[in-house]
Ligand binder design. Structure first.
Ligand code: SF4
Ligand code: SF4
Length: 674
């Protein structure tokens, strides 16, 4: 059958061919990545994630206004697929109907409703972009560094698709060709306005706009696959292969560091784009440049050069600059030195691994693993890392703790107690419920020791039997792992797992969220399987069981969520339950709390690195805590406590505001002991 509009049909055919070529090239680029273990299987869970995040727009809707705008456009385009088929069919025959669906009133209504919804969505997006104009507010805009002109062109094209659609449908209502009744309210409404132009003009308008509609769709198709709007195609695939159950907590991959399996060719981490996994390459291709990650990043918020969005965009540029042969092999030598050639060292080392970016990303990009992979390459293959962190690594290696104070001092904190705690030397006694994993900060830092002592007193008061490893406890390896020294981490981990296994320990209390995360989530990959509870969880349970009586606290308390307890491990309620149980205490939340909690600046081994660029993250967080007017800033992590307390002292506010762990509040009276 001859088409009525050969230009539109030719344009469509060319567009489909160009788009297919582009997608094939992308497929080859992504396929050239390393294997990504664990991305298959758990299909029911994957299907459920797809239903929630893609169909249900769950993550996008966490930000109500832009989320709704996106849902309008997303669902609009799903429904408008029918109109695209109808418009193409119209090129062949004005009476075309989708087989099996026809021209039901319901379809006409849905098509018009969603056409209007898409226009509303585009209007909201435009308003947001004007309000967040990066030319005006610079770094404070989440669109800073994004391809903003492309975004405006995209909005213009989406609007053009809808306007041409409504115009040709409206004109058809006056030529007798429109198959839907008044349920297609928008088409008929605009048609009323066009009616005075007469049947002849309306016929011309219908012809021009149906042609224009198909041409715009063809252009949009090409534009989509060559721009950030590629996410329309790849985001559902990226979400389908996202890490399950979550991309936070443990790092994704535990490389085989067995000296027997290491050869000359072994490469650790990512030093060139080819050394990322295919899933990471798909991540880079999927970024929508929405800037949600950037807006939550503590490094970016304090004027450092790190933006998770810009890291992903830079890596995508690098990926797209590669050429591949038809079978996916690189035509070029892999270009090494990703750091500093593509990612500057100041960017790489600024990350606290807080996970705020991963939490926010609507298309499930896993920034933390990509950053740690580049760090691994820097540390293990190039021996390049911030000088001051070298001391921390040497201390762990030689003395078993980042401060280098040595195992002999690990029990010093117990001197302040008026009771004895058993120290496990061989097998843990049968009548001991838990091993209390004190952690390096809890054992050595003066302020963290107060928390450790409070926990010990509370456990004893509640009748919980527990023991310590004392001098045979050693750093879990978390700071070494986060800085990229996987070798040292695995050495520490294996030593600790062996120690815990030989003593028969199965249940562990951890007071440091970093120790908690490492033992609970990362040791299993190395054969260490233990039941780990954070002290906030245990204390909340003991309070609810009536085994601990909370003391009166006449004060306003705010709670700072430690990233590795909250975002990484979803423990938000237990510490709050402890505070809420204190008679007289008034709680007040900070603006950024729970999933959106703002890092204290110590994670990712940043505790042992200089913070010489921008403002200090701990001071930024402390300002927010102070702005609540709280008299007590509480937390449940020794690092957070140290960082916030440092900031309080730097501001000279230590006389007015106390920084304490929730265990100290429950132990009470905290005032004398903190
Ligand atoms: S993990 Fe935290 S510090 Fe690192 S890039 Fe993401 S948001 Fe920024
Ligand atoms: S990485 Fe995710 S959150 Fe960040 S800009 Fe890209 S799509 Fe948005």
């Amino acid at each position: 059958m001859l088409t009525r509009y050969p230009i539109a049909m030719t344009a469509l055919a060319v567009a489909v061919a160009i788009a297919a070529y582009r997608l094939l090239r992308l497929y080859r680029l992504v396929r050239a990545g390393r294997p990504a273990p664990g991305r298959y299987g758990r299909w029911f869970r994957r299907l459920s994630t797809e239903a929630q995040e893609v169909a249900g727009q769950k993550k996008l809707l966490r930000w109500t206004v832009p989320g709704l705008a996106h849902a309008f456009v997303f669902w609009g385009f799903i429904i408008l697929l029918f109109t695209i088929i109808e418009a193409i069919g119209d090129l062949f025959s004005p009476s075309f109907a989708i087989p099996g669906i026809g021209h039901s009133a319901a379809l006409g209504f849905l098509e018009d409703t969603f056409a209007v919804a898409v226009l509303v969505g585009v209007t909201i997006f435009s308003a947001i972009r004007l309000r967040e104009n990066p030319h005006r507010i610079e770094r404070r805009s989440r669109f800073f560094g994004s391809h903003n002109l492309v975004a405006w062109v995209t909005l213009g094209m989406i609007a053009s698709v809808i306007i041409t659609l409504l115009m040709y449908r409206a004109a058809q209502t006056n030529t007798g060709d429109f198959p839907y009744g008044w349920w297609a309210f928008a088409s008929h409404g605009i048609g009323e306005a066009l009616r005075p132009l007469g049947a002849g003009t309306n016929r011309t308008l219908a012809t021009v706009f149906v042609d224009a509609n198909v041409m715009v769709i063809a252009t949009f198709l090409v534009f989509v696959v060559y721009s950030k709007h590629l996410h329309i195609v790849v985001a559902p695939i990226n979400v389908a292969f996202s890490r399950q159950p979550r991309a936070l907590g443990a790092l994704d991959v535990t490389p085989d560091m067995d000296p027997d399996s290491i050869t000359e060719e072994s490469v650790f981490g990512a030093g060139s784009i080819e050394e990322f996994s295919w899933k990471q390459l798909l991540d880079f291709a999927t970024c929508t440049e929405c800037g949600r990650c950037q807006s939550q990043c503590p490094a970016w918020a304090t004027d450092k050069p790190l933006s998770p969005k810009l890291v992903v965009m830079d890596l995508r540029e690098e990926l797209l600059s590669k050429k591949r042969t038809h079978n996916g092999d690189s035509e070029q030598e892999a270009e090494k030195n990703l750091v500093p050639r593509v990612i500057e060292p100041d960017v790489l080392w600024a990350c606290t691994t807080c996970g705020a970016c991963v939490e926010q990303c609507p298309v499930d990009i896993e920034h933390v693993d990509a950053i740690v992979d580049m760090r691994r390459h820097e540390v293990l293959m190039e021996s390049r890392f911030p000088q001051e962190a070298g001391t921390m690594l040497r201390n762990i290696e030689s003395r078993g703790d980042p401060w280098g104070l040595g195992s002999a001092k690990r029990l010093d904190w117990t001197a302040a107690l008026d009771f004895e705690i058993p120290v496990v030397t061989e097998a843990i006694p049968e009548d001991v419920d838990y091993l209390f994993w004190v952690g390096c900060a809890g054992a050595f830092d003066e302020r963290a020791r107060l928390t450790t002592q409070a926990i010990a007193r509370l456990l004893r008061r509640a009748g919980v039997s527990f023991a310590l490893l004392g001098p045979t406890e050693s750093c879990t390896g978390d700071p070494a792992r986060r800085i990229g020294n996987e070798f040292l981490y695995q050495e520490q981990a294996q030593k600790n797992i062996e120690r815990l296994d030989t003593t028969g320990v199965r249940r562990v209390i951890a007071s440091c969220p970093h120790c908690f995360n490492t033992i609970a989530n990362e040791y299993p990959a190395l054969g260490g399987n233990f039941e780990v509870v954070h002290h906030s969880q245990l204390l909340a349970r003991l309070v609810s069981e009536g085994r601990l009586t909370p003391p009166v606290l006449e004060a306003t308390v705010t709670y700072h969520d430690p990233c590795y307890l909250g975002r990484h491990n979803r423990i938000f309620d237990a510490p709050r339950a402890v505070i809420d149980a204190l008679p007289g205490a008034t709680t007040i939340e900070m603006h950024r709390c729970r999933e959106r909690g703002f890092c204290c600046g110590a994670g990712g081994a940043r505790m042992w690195m200089e913070e010489s660029i921008g403002r200090r993250i701990n001071e930024e967080r402390t300002d927010e805590a102070l702005s609540t007017g709280a008299e007590v800033i509480s937390t449940a992590c020794p690092y957070c406590k140290i960082m916030i307390d440092d900031a309080i002292r730097a501001k000279g506010r230590e006389e007015q505001v106390r920084v304490v762990d929730i265990a100290q509040l429950l132990d009470g009276p905290a005032k004398e002991r903190s």
